[in-house]
Design a protein around this ligand. Sequence first.
Ligand code: GFB
Length: 313
Amino acid sequence: MKSSDKIYVAGHRGLVGRAIVRLLRARGFNRVITRLRSELDLRDQSANFLAREKPNLVVLAAARVGGIKANSEAPVEFLIENVEVQNNVICAAYESGVRKLIFLGSSCIYPKLAPQPIPESALLTGPLEPTNEAYAIAKIAGIKLCQAFAQEYGANFVSAMPTNLYGPGDNFDLETSHVLAALLRKAHEAKINRDRELVVWGTGEPRREFLHVDDLASAILFLLQNYDSPEIINVGCGEDISIRCLAELICEIVGFEGDLSWDRSKPDGTPGKLLDASKIGKLGWKPFIPLRDGIAQTYDWFVKHGAGQFANI
Ligand code: GFB
């Protein structure tokens, strides 16, 4: 990978794409190209765009993403939009002669009851978690398409599987967000409104692993520079935490001193999703941002940039 490489980051307005663009530019990659959704519909215009721009490298971070509620309520959109975008971008990348592509998957591609920590070999060894099956099927289709291009045409298409992500620029909409952003916002509002309690979904028993998005960006750059294989590769921090402990940690960081209450009518989802990240670890990559620091930094970002968008704060 050269600093003169032209790199197209698809999905640069999302949590992940934004972090990748930030890192690439900071590391001196001055030919990073991006397009807004209003300028380029990746579902059917990728071919013309990539044929014209001819990037050397593509990072495919464009996806419809969301938390457990959004996933369970809109399986049609999660399946169709993700398959359409990834099929179009991956095929167009091959047609336009891209040297390497990184496809972003998700830890939800693994079976609901996969062994913990989850090795890459667990893919397709058991039934998926129903709350995000549509999204998982779409992501598995993306992995398989990358592998098929590698097998049939020798393409260097890499699939990275990040664990649950968080960080500045996250989605704080309570209907569609993931748990960490949702609880930061709920704790902030509860503090400001002097509420006695904060409602957390589910039982608090499930465990999740959280990786700061800047650590993921460093992993993507590492894979661009050091990994050329169609075999999927996990990206995680190696530690998980129960939703109950996460909620307590967030309340402490935000300064909300009321009680937690549990809405057991909401789904727990998969009981655990800790990734086995030893493969990327052995290659020489490691994360740097401890969870507490990352949450505090994300909370600062939310207070400065996000909180004002919500009318009830
Ligand atoms: O982050 P999350 O929405 O998604 O929820 P998943 C994780 C856990 O936190 C679940 C609980 O057990 C939720 O019930 N939780 C507690 C909450 N309070 C809240 C809250 O206020 N908001 C939210 N959102 N959750 C997603 C998948 O699964 O993970 C996606 O649906 C994707 O497809 C993503 O894979 C990374 O971790 O369960």
